[in-house]
Design a protein around this ligand. Structure first.
Ligand code: PRP
Ligand code: HPA
Ligand code: MG
Length: 179
């Protein structure tokens, strides 16, 4: 698995420090609001679990699974809800936890769904932002790292369902991609 990585982009230590910093910031922002923190599966599972551990305010968690990449490094353009939330979002302060914003299609679709369900507020925290590939106008409210236009894997992010368990984030060797 390690042989497939061309370059380590963000180390385990850098991830740890950034996630802690975001957790502390979000604890201040959500003081007294009992947010519903939504993990966008599968990619955000590792970020979510580390982030909520560094949040010190009362909160609830829920999970939603969406997919648009499948076995490709390019979005299919069609966002599918594979698992919906268990919790009603009406009247709730919702914080969406995403691993990466690339084209922006996944999040713009999710924000639309949650606003139509009458959430009181909807904010986004994204660990990685790849602004060079955006096709819709969307900015996260909180973000970890801005990254260049390369397909990254690790810390939850996959290529064709693999590499999610790497503790760091790296760029795959280009010869392993099939676009
Ligand atoms: O901004 P976008 O271009 O929409 O890309 C971002 C989304 O794509 C990936 O999910 P994917 O569809 O690969 O599902 P996964 O999380 O199960 O890997 C990633 O985890 C984000 O949710
Ligand atoms: O760079 C990426 N890596 C993994 N999954 C992704 N989904 C959108 N962009 C990416
Ligand atoms: Mg994926």
């Amino acid at each position: 698995m390690l042989n497939d990585i061309q370059e380590v982009l963000i180390t385990e230590e850098e991830l740890k420090a950034k996630v802690k910093e975001l957790g502390e910031l979000l604890s201040r922002e959500y003081e007294g609001r009992n947010p519903l923190v939504i993990c966008v599966l599968k990619g955000a599972f590792m970020f979510m679990s580390d982030l909520v551990k560094s949040m010190t305010v009362p909160l609830e968690v829920d999970f939603m699974a969406v997919s648009s990449y499948g076995k490709s490094t390019r979005s299919s353009g069609e966002v599918k809800i594979i698992k919906d939330l268990d919790t009603p979002v009406e009247g709730r302060h919702v914080l969406i936890v995403e691993d990466i914003i690339d084209s922006g299609l996944t999040l713009s679709y999710l924000i639309d769904v949650l606003e139509r369900r009458n959430a009181l507020s909807v904010q986004i925290v994204a660990l990685f932002d790849k602004p060079g590939r955006r096709t819709v106008d969307l900015e996260p409210d909180y973000k970890g790292f801005t990254i260049p236009d390369a397909f990254i894997v690790g810390y939850g992010l996959d290529y064709s369902e693999r590499y999610r368990n790497l503790p760091f984030v790296g760029v795959l060797k280009p010869e392993l991609y099939s676009h």
